[in-house]
Design a protein around this ligand. Sequence first.
Ligand code: DGI
Ligand code: FE
Ligand code: FE
Length: 198
Amino acid sequence: MNSEILELREKLQHKLSKSRYEHSLSVSFTCICLAMRYEYPLELAELAGLMHDCAKCYDDDGILKRCAKHKIPVTEGEKNAPAVLHAKYGAWLAKEHYGIKNPEILSAIACHTTGKPKMETLDKILYVADFIEVHRDKADHLPELRKLAFEDLDEALYQILKGTLNYLKRKGSPIDPMTKETFEYYHSLRSLSDRKES
Ligand code: DGI
Ligand code: FE
Ligand code: FE
């Protein structure tokens, strides 16, 4: 077995809470399954899943401060919805602290919370895996979404984006414009592509 992944698991286990570490492992395994289905390199998917929440050892304020310290640009939208920033800061941490160099992995970590227009395969795999992993139990329609993820990755991505935006609106949470932009991009793609109404 690849020793890099074992070493990273050990490091993360010491940094993250027990439940966050378990979530990271589950996302990692779910990424592997989706990578098998969508013919993406398994070990890259495994690593992206493992590392995606590596910044969750800090709270939102701690992340904002660290972004300032390391001169990582933070948008107004991110300042207003700092919960999304662990993704961008996580990509920085994965590169600078954990030595991950692969740009596809870093991209997937960076956009795993808001998504972004024109996502690549690993971006989509991680975004979807984060939502459907085995210990997630709060979202609606999880059984259907889990099945859909293995039938049509783009449609699963779209449904998760739609559900997330509705959830944030219902809760009155601040929405990062990137979350909306991603939804609108995939909404228009879907309208162009075919028959789907809902
Ligand atoms: O870190 P996780 O909890 O595993 O998952 P995540 O990184 O996808 O974060 C999930 C939360 O992020 C979920 O409750 C929805 C929220 N989120 C996504 N886009 C936005 C957002 N929260 C706010 N406030 N604004 C957003 O634009
Ligand atoms: Fe996250
Ligand atoms: Fe996560």
